[in-house]
Design a binder for this molecule. Structure first.
Ligand SMILES: [Mn+2]
Length: 467
């Protein structure tokens, strides 16, 4: 491809040469003889011509498929240059400005020259420059905590209970950044992994996630939290050195270093940036875990994800083992989950597009959201409300298709006063001590609990419809 540039400054000519000439031929047209002389010894063909004359472009061999870059030097002549280019048959015209004032001026010409594309050096250079600057800030921060943790004998990387892929992969990533081994940096939690797909990840990647007790915290010289913040462990942590998390920022704790970014889809995204900032090699196993974590925490970019998540994903992708991720994702339906799907289908109730079922006392609470997600896929179902009792706690998961009332409002409406209740428009959860549930709703018998839940949803939906 051949390109033509109409320029006034050496910098812009050199810039275009550096960017374009590996792939394209570049001819440069300048008005000033003095400027042309700067390129006498270079291989770049720079010729002197009047850029406001049609003839100049005809002689330069301009065709409708030649991209033309016009440097806007802020002088009045731009309109004449564009008219001459058009007169010579040019159609692929890019005006290159340096300032916002240039953009405004070119925009005034837009009505007369709709075919012209406006670019500024600021927007061309800005994104990579800002990324680089951001990386330097991150680099400083990472180097600080690397130094601070360096002389500790043993570090505890603590995650939330029942660690999910993001928590576990963040542990691996942080261990890499701290240049430590399994022995000198323990990834730990108070309650171990239970969900089948997470256990599968542990097995396939040979992860060692240790269950620790609060009494053991003092055996570690330094404690780092990933994918969780100290308020999750009220009164249990003697001190916290480092917190890296993407959940909403909590107050009321002291940590030496924190990096909390609630607008990120996963903690692994933050840690990918840390690893990149200090040019750390990421092993295939760690990259695989982190890629899987970003995928699962963002529901493959279906839930809260931003540019940084996409960027980290594409950085990790070539480093990870794709077949391993397919294995980790594996079959979602296990025999025991199928039991609960069948049970809820036989005992559940469907009314006004709401599917409501009580699972009794499942051995783990993940059966409840699983069943709620599953039945939302069923034809004609718009809401699912699935409940069960786990360790004397009444747990309810609510899902809807997103175009009706807010699921979070529903659980807060009925359960906020007796337990914890919260969530978003399409998914919400409430966890209530069984005793408190019975006291407020006066029942604990399977089919009646379910009947009561169905009444609560319908009442909620009707009261909002009447408003
Ligand atoms: Mn997470």
């Amino acid at each position: 491809m051949r390109c033509l540039a109409v320029c006034h400054t050496e910098l812009v000519i050199r810039l275009l040469e550096a960017v374009l000439t590996p792939n394209a031929e570049l001819d440069v047209l300048v008005e000033s003889r003095a400027l042309a002389r700067h390129f006498e010894s270079s291989e770049l063909p720079v010729s002197v011509a009047n850029p406001t004359k049609v003839d100049s472009y005809v002689r330069a061999g301009l065709s409708p498929v030649t991209p033309v870059f016009v440097e806007d030097n802020g002088r009045k002549g731009l309109r004449k240059v564009l008219e001459a280019l058009r007169g010579a048959g040019g159609t692929l015209i890019y005006v290159l400005g340096t300032s916002l004032a240039d953009v405004r001026r070119t925009e005034e010409l837009r009505d007369d020259f709709p075919e012209v594309t406006t670019l500024t050096l600021a927007e061309l250079m800005g994104p990579p420059l800002l990324t680089e600057l951001g990386r330097s800030v991150t680099r400083q921060r990472v180097q600080q905590y690397q130094r601070y943790m360096a002389d500790a004998d043993r570090v505890l990387i603590l995650t939330h209970n029942d660690p999910d892929p993001d928590a576990m992969a963040s542990g691996l990533a942080l261990r890499t950044i701290l240049r430590r081994t399994r022995q000198t940096a323990v990834i730990g939690c108070l309650q171990p992994v239970t969900r089948p797909e997470n256990l599968r990840m542990v097995k396939l990647l040979d992860l060692k996630i240790e269950t620790v007790t609060p009494e053991q915290f003092k055996d570690f010289d330094k404690i780092a939290l990933v994918d969780v913040q100290p308020h999750y462990f009220p009164g249990l942590l003697p001190h916290v050195d480092l917190v890296i998390d993407h959940h909403p920022e909590q107050t009321g704790y002291n940590a030496i270093f924190t990096d909390i970014r609630p607008d990120y889809g996963s903690t692994c995204t933050i840690l990918t940036e840390h690893l990149r900032a200090v040019d750390m090699d990421i092993s295939e196993r760690t990259a695989t875990a982190m890629l899987y974590a970003i995928k699962s925490d963002t529901l493959f970019f279906n839930r809260h994800a931003n540019r940084a998540d996409l960027d980290s994903f594409s950085h990790l992708y070539p480093l990870a083992e794709a077949t391993m991720i397919r294995k980790m994702e594996g079959a979602e339906i296990t025999a025991e989950r199928l039991d609960y799907l069948i049970k809820s289908w036989q005992q559940g109730r469907m009314m006004e597009h709401v599917f409501c079922a009580f699972l009794g006392e499942p051995p783990r609470d993940d059966f409840i959201p699983y069943v709620a997600d599953f039945y939302l896929q069923l034809e004609n179902v718009q809401w699912t409300v699935i409940s069960g009792v786990v360790n004397d706690t009444f747990v309810v998961s609510v899902r809807n298709l997103g175009y009706s009332r807010n699921a979070g409002d529903f659980v807060r409406r009925w359960f906020n006063d007796i337990g914890s209740a919260g969530g978003h428009r399409t998914m919400a959860k409430a966890v209530v001590p069984l005793e408190a549930f019975q006291k407020k709703f006066g029942t604990y018998e399977g089919s009646r609990i379910n009947q009561r839940m169905l009444e609560l949803v319908l009442e909620f939906l009707h009261e909002t419809r009447d408003k």
